[in-house]
Design a protein around this ligand. Structure first.
Ligand code: PMP
Length: 313
């Protein structure tokens, strides 16, 4: 059943045009503005199934909707709902879809008008959410091989990289495809100025001398929620120094450990960059520790961070 219906159980529901409808009925016109011009803002949220507690927990859900609502005005989109309403709709959708496994939630705000021409004003906002079962998006157990992309990261003055603008993901698709065709698992973008930015859909950290280093917001990165979560967890729980600053390409070659992070990517160790091994081509010890802590937190197994996990049932 999974393969035939793209991973969605039969009878799955979507939230579309302000109501819950069977997924197959959530359809848009081919004239939809967002389809042609990439005029949408989306989110990616994960819910984790805790088998011991027989409970599904949505991780940092308000934070994701806060980001969505902060991003929307950049494209002049107005969903007409607040964070609480969006969280309630998401919980109801997850319950309707009866997920009892790790699940991905994809909210999308977009210009639903059929007007011709790329502009942002005098148009209607559409909003939809769908859910699907999702395990690892990239393998978190063996480590990934990455390569610097020949594609530069979109700069903030072209398409706001710090927002989840659908059209901006052409940049990601070009880089990811190039990386895959070159035999890498993932692409790493440089900014126009040649500083390390991020992966196609994930932020990144380096470990040097026991300290964590991550590109700051001026490196045209998405304002990642996982990145923020890890900064806090590493400082609070592991007592690590975390430095946000510009990172040079060769620092990647020289680092002790590196990993990708994101809602989809979770904590994915990097074991090779541009065919140069990192941490002897094995998952680094600090990365392993951070990964273990992250998975404990997202599954609501860490008492101190229960409030980051919203139970569905
Ligand atoms: N960068 C990009 C370009 C992304 O698409 C994502 C995934 N949302 C991330 C970073 C990681 O962000 P988050 O931790 O909020 O999922």
């Amino acid at each position: 059943m999974r393969a035939a219906d793209g991973g969605m159980g039969m009878g799955s529901f979507a939230f579309f045009n302000n109501q819950f409808v069977p997924l197959g009925e959530a359809k848009i016109s081919i004239r939809t503005n967002a389809l042609h011009y990439g005029t949408g803002i989306f989110e990616g949220i994960r819910a984790y199934w805790n088998a011991r507690q027989k409970q599904l927990f949505v991780f940092t859900m308000p934070e994701h909707y806060e980001r969505l609502l902060r991003n929307c005005p950049v494209l002049r989109l107005d969903i007409g709902k607040d964070v609480k309403e969006l969280c309630d709709i998401t919980l109801e959708l997850l319950r309707k879809n009866q997920h009892r496994e790790d699940t991905y939630v994809r909210p999308l705000a977009y210009i639903s008008s059929e007007g011709l021409g790329p502009k942002l004003i005098d148009y209607e906002t559409g909003f939809a959410i769908y859910t699907l079962p999702l395990g690892d998006y990239i393998d978190t157990s063996i480590g990934v091989k990455v390569g610097f992309s020949s594609w530069r990261r979109i700069s903030d003055n072209a398409i706001p990289a710090r927002c989840k603008v659908t059209g901006g993901y052409v940049n990601s698709a070009l880089a990811k495809t190039e990386a895959m065709e070159q035999g890498f698992d993932e692409a790493i973008f440089l900014t126009h100025d040649g500083f390390v930015s991020e992966g196609s859909a994930m932020n990144l950290f380096l470990v040097r001398g026991g300290k964590l280093i991550t590109p700051d917001y001026s490196a045209d990165i998405l304002e990642g929620i996982t990145r923020q979560v890890l900064i806090e967890l590493c400082r609070e729980e592991l007592g690590l120094e975390v430095i946000e600053r510009l990172v040079g390409r060769s620092e990647f070659y020289l680092c002790d450990e590196a990993f990708l992070c994101g809602t989809g990517a979770q904590v994915s160790p990097i074991i090779e960059v541009d065919r140069r091994p990192i941490s002897n081509g094995k998952i680094g010890p600090l990365t392993a520790k951070i990964q273990e802590l992250y998975f404990r937190v997202v599954k609501a197994e860490h008492d101190k961070y229960q409030s980051w996990c919203t139970p569905v049932y």
